[in-house]
Design a protein around this ligand. Sequence first.
Ligand code: RM4
Ligand code: MN
Ligand code: MN
Length: 431
Amino acid sequence: MSTIIDSGRVAEHNAKLQANLEADYAALGGMLQRRGVDIETLTAQAQTFAVALPSWGVGTGGTRFARFPGCGEPRNVFEKLDDCAVIHQLTSVTPGVSLHFPWDKTSDPVALRQQAESHGLYFDAVNSNTFQDQQDQAHSYKYGSLTSQNAATRAQAVAHNIECIELGRALGSKALTVWVGDGANFPGQHNLRGALERYLDSARGIYAALPPDWLMFIEHKLFEPAFYATTIADWGTSFACAQNLGDKAKCLVDLGHHAPNTNIEMIVARLAQFGKLGGFHFNDSKYGDDDLDSGSINPFQLFLVFNELADAAAREGAAFKPAYMLDQSHNVTDPIESLMNSAVEVQRAFVQANLVDRSALRQHQEANDALESAQALKHAYRTDVGAILAMARFRSGGAIDPVACYRAIGYRARTAEARPAKAGASGSGIV
Ligand code: RM4
Ligand code: MN
Ligand code: MN
C-alpha cells in the first residue's frame, strides 16, 4: 500500500506521545476493569469501526452568501482522493469514500479505482445530483427534477441516476444515495400529492436499474432549497417511498436534515425496527445549517443515535450494517482537519455506546427506574474514551494525535504549492 505521508513521519510523531498514551490507557483500563469492562474488547471494536468520507467535504463549502476558498484545495477527484487517503492514514477510521456525480465524474474509472486501492480506500455509496443544472443539459431543474411537471425533465433526472449507478459499478460501490432539492416555495405551487406521485414514478425507474446487490438510499431533508414544502421532507415520507419501492430501497438519515429538537435517535430506532435504516450522513446542526462538524454542537445526540445502533446491533447481529458516511461543509476550518475530528467524534460515540451496560439498563427500565436508566446512559457518555481511540489508531498504524501530526507534517503547505488556485474559484457554496 502506498502512503501520501511518509510513514516515518507518523512514527516520529507517535514516538513522542506513546509513553503518555500508554499511561493514560493503563489508567482507563484499570478504571473500566472495576466496572467489569475489558478495555481490550472496546479497543478491538474501535479498530473495526469505519465511517466514509464525502469527496465534496475535502474542499471548502460555503454559505448562501459566499465561499472563501482555502489554499491547496483539491481541483479534481484524483486530488480529492489524495486528501481522503491522508485522512485515513492519520485516523485509520475512514477507508471509504463517497463520490458525488457529476462533480466527481471521470472518464477513467479504472484509474480512479486503482488509485483508491493503492491507498487502501474503497468507494461507498455514490450520490446523484439533480439539484443543479449542468452545462449543456437539455432540461433545467429549476422547477424540479424527479418531480418535474415535464416528463422529459424527469426522464433526464432518472437517466442521470442510472448513469451514477453505472459509474459506481465500475468503481465497486454498492449503493446510490438520492437526495433531491425538489419542492415548492409557495403554498399552491405544487399539488403536494401529485409531486410525490411523480417522484415515486421516477424513483421506480431508478430502482429498476439497481444491480441485485445494490441498495438505493432515500435521503430526506426538511427544507432548503425549497422553503415551503420539500417533496421528501421527513422520515415518514422517506419510509413510505422505501416501502413502496421494495427491499433494495432504504432510508438515509442525515443528522442535519431535521427541525431543531427533533428526536433523531427515535427515528433511527423506528427505521431499524422496520428494516429500513440504510445509512447516515453524519454532521451537526443548530439552526438551519445542515453541515457543521459531527459532534461539534450536540455530541450527546450523536451518542444517543449510536446507543440505538448498539441496541439494534445487539438484537440483529451481523446482518445489521447501515452505511456510515460524513456529510459536512467547512467554511472556517481546514477541511482535512475538520473531517479527521468528525470521524473521530463519530467513532467516539460508537465506543461510548458500546460501553453502556445494556443488561443493567434493561433492569432499570423494567423496574421503571427512570433515574437510574438515564444514569446508565450518562455514565457511559461521561467516560472519556480518548485513550481507547488513540490506542486504536496507534495499533492500526494511524497517528496518536491526527491534527497535531497533520500540522507538523505541513501537508497543507505542500498542497498549496502543488495545487495553485483556479482563477474565479469562489462564488456560493453547496447547499
Ligand atoms: C444536501 C444533502 C446531500 C448532499 C448535498 C451536497 O443538503 O445533504 O446529501 O449531497 O447537500
Ligand atoms: Mn446529506
Ligand atoms: Mn445536507
